[in-house]
Write a protein that binds this ligand. Structure first.
Ligand code: ATP
Ligand code: MG
Length: 417
């Protein structure tokens, strides 16, 4: 019979890579909690309206990447393509804003976008997402970026670039939009079909186009810097001042518009040259009107999303596994039975123990102990078992001692502690 395979663009994460995933998650939890963040877990399925309203109808995500279906002919539901909208939905639904003036939340989990699968781009992928709801002061932006960089540094990553930009606000952006439209007028024919559509929906999005010619054309366009209002200019200057206080290097990138409609003011991206074309590891920014657009009060926010798979691919060596403290090599059925008891009791006491249930030769069992880099091997032979003793071998020192089997668990527990 034909064997079944996973859905295209959906990927299994196998051991030992899962160990690295755990390490990254643990590091995120640790670093984020020192900055006062708490974990939230939200469903992966939401009403479609949440994303069309939250992310914006003119974005690539909503236009062509969502997994949307009718739940048995009833409601239109969507597998979440990002986390921010869901986090804010939960924040409002449970009135978290009424108990605190500042809410710092993070969540880690799968996202779904129907893109063309390729290296670093999947249809189910994972994000580490952090959001600060409440304050709009520039120090908050800098603090969030500092936490992000601290997290990446703790993972030992280098060769990263932090790009920042300000996208302005409803006060200064409309004039800029007009300027872009004016600039592109007469050049529409040269743009790709996506960008021609973007002219009608959100012309700033042309900056985000990955088609060469579109990039060249928009590259000469006026920049928001020339239109930005004094409030946004002042805010952005203060963000940069704070970043400098922490000696965080950054590049000003006035072409970075990000792919979601909700961003205002500070936006940022972390890229790594080593990732090739799919080089953005993190995207983030301020969204001062999103909470209101989702039906809530006037509460500003800022957040980021880290692409988990891209992060993992930047840590090529992985992390060293903790090797077992003990391997038990047993010869013959009675010895195997004893090994089974001793080994599992030690495991219940928190000691990592490996053994081989297949009853293979001593030589192949020792080979396995070596391969697993076990610190000690306990060798239980048939005759030794009858005499209630065994050999304990220190694998790196290549020395061995005789031990009493009845007292072994207690003795080894003490030694492994
Ligand atoms: P890109 O420009 O690469 O499509 P994006 O702007 O759509 O990225 P965001 O929506 O900002 O990405 O998501 C934040 C991060 O999530 C990205 O920087 C990237 O690391 C990761 N990411 C986004 N889409 C995918 C995907 N399809 N597969 C794997 N990772 C992804
Ligand atoms: Mg994208």
């Amino acid at each position: 019979m034909e064997t079944l395979t996973a859905v295209r663009g959906f990927k299994d994460i196998l051991p030992p890579e899962t160990q690295l995933w755990r390490h990254i998650e643990d590091t995120a939890r640790k670093v984020f909690s020192t900055f006062g963040f708490q974990e939230i877990r939200v469903p992966i399925l939401e009403k479609t309206d949440l994303f069309t309203r939250g992310i914006g109808e003119s974005t690539d995500i909503v236009e062509k990447e969502m997994y949307t279906f009718h739940d048995r002919g009833e409601e239109s539901l969507t597998l979440r393509p990002e986390a921010t909208a869901s986090v804010i939905r939960a924040y409002l639904e449970h009135a978290l804003h009424t108990s605190e003036t500042v809410t710092k939340l993070f969540t880690i989990g799968p996202m779904f976008r129907r893109e063309r699968p390729q290296k670093g781009r999947y249809r189910q992928f994972h994000q580490i997402d952090a959001e600060i709801l409440g304050p709009d002061d520039p120090r908050t932006d800098a603090e969030l970026i500092l936490m992000l960089i601290q997290f990446l540094r703790t993972l030992g990553l280098n060769g990263l670039t932090l790009d920042i930009n300000s996208l302005g606000c409803p006060e200064c952006r409309p004039a800029y939009r007009e300027a872009i439209l004016g600039y592109l007028h007469g050049q529409e024919e040269q743009l790709c079909s996506d960008c021609r559509r973007r002219l009608k929906t959100n012309p700033l999005r042309v900056f985000d186009c990955k088609v060469d010619l579109c990039g060249q054309i928009i590259g000469q366009a006026p920049r928001l810097t020339q239109f930005i209002c004094s409030g946004c200019r002042d805010h952005f200057a203060k963000v940069q001042q704070a970043l400098k206080q922490f000696e965080l290097p950054y590049c000003l990138n006035d072409k970075m518009v990000r792919g979601l409609d909700y961003y205002t003011r500070t936006t940022f991206e972390v890229t790594a040259g080593s990732l090739g074309a799919q080089n953005a590891v993190v995207g983030g920014g301020r969204y001062d009107h999103l909470v209101q657009e989702l039906g809530g009060p006037d509460i500003p926010g800022i957040g980021f999303a880290i692409g988990f798979e891209r992060l993992v691919s930047m840590i090529p060596e992985g992390i060293p596994l903790t090797p077992p403290a003990l391997f038990i090599a047993a010869l013959g059925e009675p010895a195997l039975q004893r090994a089974f008891l001793i080994g599992n009791r030690l495991r219940c006491g928190g000691i990592i123990v490996e053994m081989d249930h297949a009853g293979r030769s001593l030589k192949s069992q020792m080979k396995k102990a070596d391969r697993l880099q076990c610190k000690y091997t306990l060798i239980i032979g048939e005759r030794e078992l009858q005499e209630n003793r065994a050999l304990l071998r220190d694998m790196s020192a290549s020395t061995q001692e005789e031990v009493c089997l009845d007292q072994f668990e207690e003795m080894f527990s003490n030694r492994a502690r």
